[in-house]
Design a protein around this ligand. Structure first.
Ligand code: NAD
Ligand code: TYD
Length: 342
């Protein structure tokens, strides 16, 4: 591995991964290939813009000719695919782009990678492909996929295609399924940056339903480190879960967030639930631990560090929240019924 192409590298996790890899492996060249959708933002990559090992190409992963050209020009040997439409609520409103990018885009990348004969194709996936899980079960890599939102279904389709390319064509693929990430540069549609930035402005925090849904909020750098470990030591054809292996109720997450900001609980507003809202995700991460990786942050440390970053980086999120975001917010939350907490 020497020349990596990171698709979706101008998004939240992708940009953290690029920063992490350039810092950790100065011997690698990293090409970011990104369409710059509403979620892609070159501000996320400002810290590496002057690095001689970093380059950027704007392009769509659904465009086979453009992908081929970028890969050949940069002699890419390793593809790490973060590019995706990623927000469940947007997938409920408008599923089309999810099918295009997360399914057809994944197929396009696989096909070009196969034709050019890359050393490794790595797919970034999500715990949401397992669907919501009952009792105290933790999803294992061998569990059946049972996605329940258009986002999760499109990611699951991508996963299946990646694994099919391994079996059918022998393409050396690996796949990681991450839990909910938190950290710097997350677009403020996702719950934690939305709630922190609303709370800073003393605006209501729209908690869906009873707020007792459970998520594994992991720090983004732990996730990036897990991906790197799989690139170095993972076995082709294998899937690895990445998370803390524990879970937290959304209302507890909100309590920590408000405490870190010194803001009152009266900002919490329970609103009509998301259709088909998955109650619980939690991953078993023993397989990745066996490769020598372990998470460095607890949920609470991850949430507090993230809150502090948003409080210190208004330059980054105020621009975003004043743009197309306002229309999105009106559409999703404008007519949403406020409900009682129980
Ligand atoms: P994000 O929405 O912040 O960024 C997505 C990036 O992909 C953007 O830069 C966007 O411009 C780019 N992109 C979208 N469509 C594209 C296309 N057709 N061609 C090229 N680029 C395109 O996403 P994120 O939260 O950083 O998630 C990255 C990956 O990690 C996704 O595959 C997602 O499914 C997965 N994931 C996310 C989480 C999470 O908590 N955010 C958890 C587990 C897995
Ligand atoms: P989100 O960040 O959208 O991630 P995902 O749905 O992919 O897990 O949401 C995380 C949790 O927060 C999820 O249980 C839904 C909930 N949530 C709210 O309660 N209110 C909101 O406004 C949003 C965006 C999410």
């Amino acid at each position: 591995m020497k020349n990596l192409m990171v698709t979706g590298g101008a998004g939240f996790i992708g940009s953290n991964f690029v920063r992490y890899m350039l810092g950790k492996h100065p011997e690698y060249n990293v090409l970011v290939y990104d369409k710059l959708t509403y979620a892609g933002n070159l501000d996320n990559l400002l810290e590496v813009a002057g690095d001689a090992c970093y380059s950027f190409v704007r392009g769509d992963i659904c465009d086979a000719a453009a992908v081929t050209e970028a890969m050949q020009a940069h002699q890419i040997d390793t593809v790490v695919n973060f590019a995706a439409e990623t927000h469940v609520d947007r997938s409920i409103m408008d599923p089309d782009a999810f099918i295009m990018t997360d399914v057809y885009g994944t197929y396009t990348l696989l096909e070009v990678a196969r034709r050019l004969g890359v050393e490794r194709y790595h797919q970034i996936s999500t715990d949401e492909v397992y669907g919501h899980i009952e009792g105290d079960h933790r999803s294992q890599e061998t569990d059946n996929l049972a996605p329940r939102s258009p986002y999760a279904a499109s990611k699951a389709s991508g996963d299946l295609m990646v694994l099919a390319y391994y079996v059918t064509y022998g393409l050396p693929v690996t796949l990681t399924r991450g839990a909910n990430n938190v950290g710097p540069y997350q677009y403020p549609e996702k719950v934690i940056p939305l709630f922190v930035t609303n709370a800073i402005d003393n605006q209501a925090l729209p908690v869906y339903g009873d707020g007792k849904q459970r998520r594994d909020y992991q720090y983004v750098i732990d996730h990036c480190e897990g991906i790197d470990v799989v690139l170095q030591r993972g076995k082709p054809g294998e899937v690895y879960n990445v998370g803390t292996g524990s879970e937290m109720e959304n209302l507890r997450m909100v309590e920590i967030l408000l405490d870190e900001l010194g803001k009152p609980a009266s900002l919490i507003q329970h609103v009509e639930d998301r259709p088909g809202h998955d109650r619980r995700y939690c991953l078993n991460v023993d397989k990745l631990r066996a490769l020598g990786w372990q998470p460095g942050y607890t949920h609470e440390e991850a949430i507090r560090a993230t809150v502090r970053w948003y409080a210190a980086n208004e330059w980054w999120w105020r621009k975003i929240k004043s743009g197309e975001f306002k229309e999105y917010y009106r559409r999703l939350y404008g007519d949403r019924k406020v409900i009682s907490a129980t």
